[in-house]
Design a protein around this ligand. Structure first.
Ligand SMILES: C[S@@+](CC[C@H](N)C(=O)[O-])C[C@H]1O[C@@H](n2cnc3c(N)ncnc32)[C@H](O)[C@@H]1O
Length: 509
């Protein structure tokens, strides 16, 4: 019974992403939230203590990026999370908050409006109207500065922003990613002097299309006025992505490096990591670093680790170095991430003696499994596989599980191909011998609270896993989202209330 994980390419990420972080917070309940202040609050005035953790963003009313204006250090969901974890046997859930403003080091922004009046920002809730957010408080200040520069270029060069109704215009989106890893600066200066990798999503098939002259002119403008030789020295590099599809997918498959440094490095979890613009990167670099430092403590030295939903392999490679892992296997569906993974591996310290690999299959012989799925949570087939690891009796499983019979019925060739390409065998037939090589620890990193709860309940109700520890991180201040780090051990799960159990995980494709 090959239990496989994952099959089709996931839907594009929402335009907005978020994350949280450090210093354990035990704040009073949100009932004590202050009354809304007047919008005319001067940013220079010394705010009363109750407002010190307020957003103070001029775009809050119209922008969908943030949903909460006050108590940014303590998202409202914390109370629910604390109760949830208590109910499943973890009474020492902790929550770390982090930088409350200027935390977002990665943003995908829509470009609309006109060349005279470009709008660069996020969709208004429930619409396709773009809200211009030049003074966004979540963005790293370098992102706001690069957006300003981009607007100047659009206007001076008469670049037409994309028109969704007509499918016309040149510039559709921009992705801005900040590296805070300039080692020529003292450590204390690096974050605020972050440099931006600008990726322009251009409405053409490739760099030979008729409007490519404009693309080059815009890239040159950005580089001349923002690159290393400019006064502001703000831009790390300029990239193009080509996308002509009329669907909502932000990026096309074709990427081109145009100007500046090709390689983009960040330093998190104790290692230098390379991140191409096509690869997933965490938005809140600092909070992610805090989470990784905690995660490392749960991985015994010398372990074998499988990092599922690995992106460019940041988690697995950080463990290879800091926990001297015997082996690290990274599994990821986006082929584009592999190059970044390889560059990171090349830069790992020489003394690292792990067997490190990029995998689309075979995670059966591991001690620790790390999963970091997108917001929709674990793929149903992976949940099935994890549930079927029974610690109570290491007995062989039949090959007639419901998921695999569903798999047998699959006829669509592209699904079969994608499944083949992304197969991860957790265990075929689980024999008592095999069970010794099945993972003993499952570390679940989640940015989707609702899907996490569902997955967690399914894992615990299978009795294959018990939850040992849970930590929350303020990855996305201003929103309801938190990042969760949960540590499961193979063994008897706690019994959950009946009504919560037995729910079949819906396919969240
Ligand atoms: C939340 S990101 C985490 C990436 C990485 N762990 C990190 O922290 O940078 C989720 C990753 O899962 C990948 N992904 C989504 N569905 C997948 C699947 N079915 N199989 C493998 N990878 C998948 C995405 O491409 C993305 O890189």
């Amino acid at each position: 019974m090959p239990l496989c994980f994952l099959s089709v390419r996931p839907p594009p990420p929402p335009l907005i992403t978020c994350h949280v972080s450090p210093s354990a917070v035990r704040a009073p309940p949100s009932a004590s939230a202050p009354a809304a202040p007047s919008r005319s609050l001067s940013p220079n005035a010394n705010p009363p203590p109750s407002l010190t953790c307020a957003l103070h963003c001029p775009h809050f009313e119209s922008c969908s990026g943030c949903t909460h204006e006050f108590n940014l250090h303590r998202p409202v969901i914390i109370d629910e999370a604390t109760e949830f974890f208590k109910a499943v046997g973890v009474s020492d859930f902790t929550f770390d908050s982090c930088k409350l403003w200027g935390w977002r080091c990665r943003a995908k922004l829509a470009v609309r409006g006109s060349s005279e009046n470009p709008l660069i920002g996020l969709y208004q809730e429930g619409t396709h109207n773009v809200v211009d957010i030049p003074q966004c408080k979540a963005h790293h200040p370098s992102i706001n500065a690069a957006v300003e520069l981009l607007k100047q270029g659009i206007t001076e060069l008469s670049i037409e922003p994309y028109d969704e109704d007509e499918g016309t215009g040149d510039l559709r989106y921009v992705q801005m990613a900040v590296t805070t890893h300039d080692t020529s600066l003292p450590a204390s200066e690096r974050y605020k002097n972050g440099k931006v990798q600008v990726a322009l999503v251009w409405n053409s098939r490739n760099e030979n299309s008729p409007n490519s002259e404009k693309l080059n002119a815009l890239a040159n403008f950005i580089w001349r006025n923002g690159g290393t030789r400019s006064k502001v020295n703000l831009v790390h590099s300029v990239w193009a992505n080509f996308q002509t599809s009329t669907n909502n997918i932000i990026f096309g498959n074709r990427w081109r490096h145009l100007l500046g440094e090709r390689d983009f490095w960040e330093h998190v979890g104790g290692i230098d990591i390379s991140l191409a613009p096509s690869s997933f990167g965490q938005a809140n670099t600092r909070a992610f670093d805090t989470l990784l430092r905690k995660l490392q403590r749960y991985v015994p030295q010398g372990s074998s680790v499988a990092d599922l939903y690995a992106g460019a392999g940041v988690i697995g490679l950080s463990l290879a170095v800091t926990r001297k892992c015997r082996s690290v296997k990274c599994i990821e569906i986006n082929k584009e991430s592999k190059l970044s993974f390889e560059k990171t591996v090349d830069r790992l310290p020489n003394l690292v003696d792990s067997s490190i690999s990029w995998h689309l299959a075979d995670t059966s012989k591991v001690d620790v499994l790390v999963v970091d799925p997108p917001r929709k949570g674990l793929d149903a087939s992976l949940v099935d596989a994890l549930r079927s690891i029974s610690s109570a009796e290491y007995k062989a499983k039949s090959s007639s599980e419901s998921s695999s019979s569903k798999e047998k019925d699959e006829k669509r060739p592209w699904m079969l191909r994608a499944r083949e390409a992304s197969l991860v065998h957790i265990g075929s037939k689980i024999t008592s011998e095999d069970s010794k090589t099945l993972p003993r620890t499952l570390i679940y990193i989640s940015c989707g609270w609702e899907s996490f709860k569902e997955d967690c309940e399914l894992l615990l109700s299978s009795k294959a896993w018990k939850l040992e520890k849970a930590h929350g991180y303020n990855f996305f201040p201003g929103t309801q989202s938190i990042e969760v780090l949960a540590v499961f051990k193979r063994g008897q799960g706690v019994s959950l209330k009946k009504k919560k159990l037995g729910k079949k995980k819906k396919k969240r494709l």
